[in-house]
Ligand binder design. Structure first.
Ligand SMILES: [Zn+2]
Length: 482
């Protein structure tokens, strides 16, 4: 009952106050003993509308158990906005705390300057032992001080409104808005969502090199088997390069002020922190470089039952040379972006029905696989779209054919280059209806489903590649990249 003393201020409704009063009467015998502990030598967080205890524990990097215990909470499902929760583990620090996400380009130093809070306090509040731990997307615990961060305000996304439009209306930075609201990307906010925003466009000092106004990552955290979009906003023409999770980034001009790069995160990448490095040259010839850690999180891909196959199927002597040819095809990032918007399903099946029911694929991307008793070292590199021998295969987006021919494992295969390092590939076809060098348009018939190569039965194995790495094709049917 540590909220007792302050709760009256936060609660504006009399009805609520009365019910609380009756509660106080019930627990009256406890008051003299407990009142001592309400002296705030521990910092508190004021519960906001829509908060859950689990989410608060996550944001403040404390365990749910500790939060429940230190606050004497009997029913974790029943916390109310205005309640003050002690944040455990920070004895000696007083005041009200809040959290804000770290954006790429912010360091402990730049945040310390912006908020006027010394670095040691920030480090202590966040249990940071090294500045390297302050990765992009980190939920930073900060003191809510007068003249500091304004209290969070709320706004609801109305129907037909996107997060981008909402951000424009609020005068907020859309990327920060996404981060602040724990959205993986701008496309994730849906009508009816209540969004938190700080009400200030973040023009404060940043650790980014001069010339770079902002760097946005989508999604954040990055995810196994998903394409990462890296956007760099700069008012200048710069020569930009970089790397992410051991892959070189290929930046192209998206619009007047934005460069974008798409990079797949390997489906089996170890979850953890990886550097996102940026370097380049400004118009005046000066060089810059910046690096900050970004998180890669695990995706809950299912483990398929162990498969027993012809040992030749997984014999490295057979698979490796073909794998090399295959991945070399997807390596170049050509400067012309030939697609725009979401991809269409390369099958005659109705995509809405397929996405709703999951009935049009026999195996999804990313499933962990074991062959002939091996550990789960393998994963499913594409989406198996159901079909009979002869079912049409359509181009999902405009592109140029860069491979069309038979392979041992993959059967009759086609690869389409869509530009910017994005490729799609089609395997096990009965017929290939395009030639290398041919330009294809969305919905063009490019081949027919078959059972060529090493397969159990007819189906289309469809792959999407970004930056030389296979990514989940289903994402490309549901959102547009970059
Ligand atoms: Zn497959």
């Amino acid at each position: 009952m540590i909220f007792r003393l302050e709760i009256g201020f936060a609660l504006k409704k009399w009805t609520r106050w009365f019910s609380l009063l009756s509660l106080l009467v019930l627990v009256f015998p406890l008051i003299p003993a407990k009142a001592q502990q309400t002296q705030p030598d521990q910092p508190v967080y004021v519960v906001q509308e829509g908060d859950t205890l689990w989410e608060i524990a996550q944001r403040f990097h404390v365990s749910l158990d500790d939060l429940v215990r230190v606050n004497d909470i009997t029913d974790p499902a029943r916390i109310a906005s205005g309640d003050q929760l002690i944040i455990p583990g920070l004895t000696g620090i007083k005041g009200v705390l809040t959290t804000q996400p770290v954006t790429y380009g912010e360091t402990l130093r730049s945040i310390s300057r912006k908020l006027g809070v010394n670095q040691q306090t920030l480090a202590r509040l966040n249990h940071l032992s090294s500045p390297v731990e302050l990765y992009a997307g980190y939920s930073l615990v900060v003191p809510l001080t007068e003249g500091g961060i304004p209290p969070a305000q709320r706004a609801m996304i109305s129907p037909r409104e996107t997060l981008l439009e909402q951000a424009v209306l609020l005068g907020a930075n859309p990327w920060q808005l996404a981060l602040r609201n724990n959205l993986a990307g701008l496309a994730q906010a849906i009508p009816g969502d209540i969004l938190l925003f700080t009400g200030e466009d973040d023009g404060g000092p940043s650790a980014l090199p001069e010339g770079i106004r902002a760097v946005a990552l989508d999604p954040i955290p990055l995810q196994q088997g998903k394409a990462a979009s890296v956007k760099v906003v700069t008012p200048m023409a710069i020569n930009l390069s970089g790397s992410l999770v051991d892959h070189p980034l290929h930046f192209f001009s998206l619009n007047e002020e934005t460069y974008a790069a798409l990079q797949g995160i390997h489906a089996m990448a170890e979850p953890g922190l990886y550097p996102l490095q940026l370097q380049g040259q400004l118009e005046d010839g000066s060089q810059f470089a910046f690096s900050q850690m970004v998180p890669v999180s695990a995706v809950n891909y299912p483990f398929d039952t162990p498969l027993v196959v012809d040992p030749a199927t997984v014999d490295p002597a057979v698979t490796e040379p073909e794998d090399e040819i295959w991945s070399a095809l997807m390596e170049p990032a050509t400067p012309e972006r030939l697609w725009d918007g979401v991809f269409r399903l390369p099958s005659p099946l109705p995509v809405d029905y397929c996405l709703e029911t999951n009935e049009c694929w026999s195996s999804r991307f990313g499933n962990r696989r074991s062959y002939n008793g091996s550990p789960y070292l393998y994963f499913h590199t594409g989406l198996d779209v159901v079909g009979k021998v002869g079912t049409e295969i359509y181009a999902p987006a405009p592109g140029v054919v860069v491979f069309a021919g038979p392979l041992t494992v993959r059967g009759n295969a086609t690869v389409i280059n869509h530009g910017w390092g994005v490729y799609t590939a089609y395997m096990h076809q009965s017929e290939i209806l395009v030639e290398v060098g041919e330009r294809v348009e969305t919905g063009q018939l490019i081949g027919r489903v078959g059972a060529t190569g090493r397969v159990q039965g007819p189906h289309l194995h469809w792959e999407v590649w970004a930056g030389g790495v296979q990514v989940d094709p289903l994402d490309w049917l549901q959102r547009s990249y970059p």
